[in-house]
Design a protein. Structure first.
Length: 199
């Protein structure tokens, strides 16, 4: 039996099915929580200014941040520029449905399909976030009042720009998303029913 056959054939055991059910519910919970944030701190804003990213919207003091960004030539931050918000939740609900179906029918090939979709979706999401950070930080208006070098804020970490320090990282929803994907991959890989030995 080749590697692919051994990987995809058979069924999940009880633990694997429970893990898939839990992964689906965890992913569902993540849709109602923030996934990522960017905080700006400066002497004139000691309380900080935040951009908070949910799966389907932006929150935080975006109005003030847009006014500040205007001086360095950064384009306006608006939900209308993020068509991903119309897609992310729909894709997540499909994966949630597949995860719960997998927990019921326990087929290992379906487990890998669902886990694969979750993993690919997560990686595409991280890449898309990085792409937006790069575009906002590098596509600056050359006629702006304040001239700065192009920059790309990190997805996780800190960055200094003039007298502002940015702090970026995942929020509770982002960690739940990652946990959900890890549970699905681990269940598909490790928790299968033992094959009965032929007499």
């Amino acid at each position: 039996m080749d590697f692919a056959s051994r990987l995809f054939k058979g069924n999940l055991n009880l633990i694997g099915r429970i893990m898939f059910g839990a992964a689906g519910l965890i992913l569902l919970a993540s849709l109602f929580l923030p996934w990522w944030h960017l905080d700006l701190v400066a002497p004139q804003y000691p309380e900080g200014l935040s951009v908070i990213v949910y799966p389907d919207k932006l929150d935080g003091r975006i109005d003030i941040i847009n006014n500040i960004n205007h001086y360095i030539g950064m384009k306006w931050i608006s939900e209308d520029d993020f068509p991903e918000f119309q897609v992310i939740s729909k894709v997540a609900y499909v994966i949630i449905g597949l995860a719960l179906i997998t927990a019921l029918v326990k087929k290992r090939w379906l487990a890998w399909l669902t886990a694969g979709l979750g993993a690919v979706g997560g990686m595409l999401g991280v890449y898309d976030l990085w792409r937006w950070l790069r575009d906002y930080g590098t596509q600056l208006d050359p006629m702006a009042a304040i001239k700065i070098d192009p920059f790309t804020p990190p997805i996780i970490g800190t960055n200094k720009l003039a007298n502002f320090i940015t702090y970026t990282g995942f929020n509770s929803g982002g960690y739940l998303l990652g946990l959900s994907i890890i549970l699905m991959l681990l269940a598909a890989w490790r928790f299968k029913e033992h094959e009965k030995q032929k007499e």
